[in-house]
Ligand binder design. Structure first.
Ligand code: AR6
Length: 360
């Protein structure tokens, strides 16, 4: 997946390059800088001494010595001084310069800490948004896997109001269904028969079931904008019995490709917006019977801005359903029913409620 948000100690990441939140001297310090120098050993400091420091907003690259990666990219983030001293531009520039350096050095995988959000005092929610948007802009143009490493939980906060709204939605749906008698559930099922009925084939499992060919941990995604105007209304109804049967027989892969065509977007726009990598998309495209994981299906449903009925239909093609006995599902349903298709925001909320994140 192009952008993954993980909770980890960056010094343990086995990637091509890790990024250090350094200072202008590049001679080490506290926070993640201290941890990286301690883990890398004295060779790193010796090389850093030869670099002649680095300006705020820029970055320089060194070897990684005893670290399990190949390179360390030392980025100097801005110190927070209230927000009106060019902090934002400098922080963006840090990410851009680091990503450009990683690319020049042929790195395929790079891990970033949340630069400036510790000792330098940048508000964590803003630092996070800048990191995500700058990295996702880059990934729209280039192929690379980028990990955003979140060390402490406080870095990942959703707004109070959103948290309360989702909590209320969970209360109304998830809890209600759990406390309802079976008879009540049957009754409401019958009452709602005009809606497509879920067949909960593979419910109850963790939402982030692994892809048939990927053992990755659940991860987070970022939406990369598709012009909203291109995304239309619901699916066309089948006009004949033949058409209806043909649609029933349609596989997940076929439905996905059909939806992409109907939306008038390109494959690239779709998989980028779903934060699914090109290789996985090619597999899905070339294998009519491809069996995706539930988070992958949902990532595509979000990228295509499918309404709930079509999201359920797409899930069903892959043997899944949205269920009110699964908190993860209720949260995703909350966003879809509110017309919010920003995968990044959905993942922030899932993270805040301790759920697995959307994506492959
Ligand atoms: N792995 C991943 N993230 C970490 C780790 C770790 N091992 N340790 C801390 N973080 P900071 P800054 C997170 O203070 O704000 C140094 O003295 C941490 O929770 O390391 O850019 C430099 O020399 C926070 O979210 O960097 C500079 O003088 C993020 O990393 C100054 O600090 C960045 O926190 C730079 O301050």
């Amino acid at each position: 997946m192009p952008l993954e948000i993980v909770r980890n100690d960056i010094t343990k990441m086995k990637v091509d390059a890790i990024v250090n939140a350094a200072n202008q001297t590049l001679l080490g310090g506290g926070g993640v800088d201290g941890a990286i120098h301690r883990a890398a050993g004295p060779g790193l400091l010796a090389e850093c001494r030869t670099l002649g420091g680095c300006e705020t907003g820029s970055a320089k690259i060194t070897g990684a010595y005893r670290l399990p990666c190949k390179y360390v990219i030392h980025a100097v983030g801005p110190r927070w001084r209230g927000g009106s001293h060019g902090e934002r531009d400098r922080l963006i520039s840090c990410y851009r310069t680091s990503l450009a350096l990683a690319r020049e050095n042929k790195c395929e995988t790079v891990a970033f800490p949340l630069i400036s959000s510790g000792i330098y005092g940048y508000p964590k929610d803003q630092a996070l948004k800048i990191a995500i948007s700058t990295i996702s802009d880059f990934l729209f143009e280039h192929e690379m896997t980028v990990y955003l490493v979140i060390f402490d939980r406080a870095a990942y906060q959703i707004s109070e109001k959103l948290f309360r709204d989702i909590a209320a939605y969970i209360d109304d749906n998830y809890v209600a269904e759990h406390t309802d008698s079976r008879r009540e559930q049957m009754r409401s099922l019958l009452l709602n028969r005009s809606e497509p009925v879920d067949i909960p084939c593979r419910e109850a499992g963790a939402p982030a079931t692994s892809e048939k060919n990927s053992a990755r941990a659940p991860a987070a995604n970022v939406s990369v904008g598709i012009p909203a105007a291109k995304v239309g209304a619901g699916a066309p109804a089948a006009s004949t019995l033949d058409e209806a049967i043909r649609m029933m027989d349609e596989s997940f892969s076929e439905m996905l490709l059909r939806k992409i065509d109907e939306r008038g977007i390109t494959d690239v726009q779709c998989y980028k917006k779903a934060n699914i990598d090109r290789k996985l998309f090619s597999k899905i495209r070339s294998d009519k019977l491809y069996k995706p994981s539930k988070p992958t299906v949902l990532a595509f449903a979000i990228a295509l801005e499918l309404p709930l009925g079509e999201t359920r239909e797409m899930l069903m093609k892959a043997g899944f359903a949205l269920s009110h006995s699964n908190k993860f599902d209720v949260i995703v349903e909350f966003f879809i029913s509110h017309g919010n298709y920003n995968i990044f925001e959905i993942n922030e909320a899932l993270f805040a409620f301790d759920q697995s994140l959307l994506g492959a």
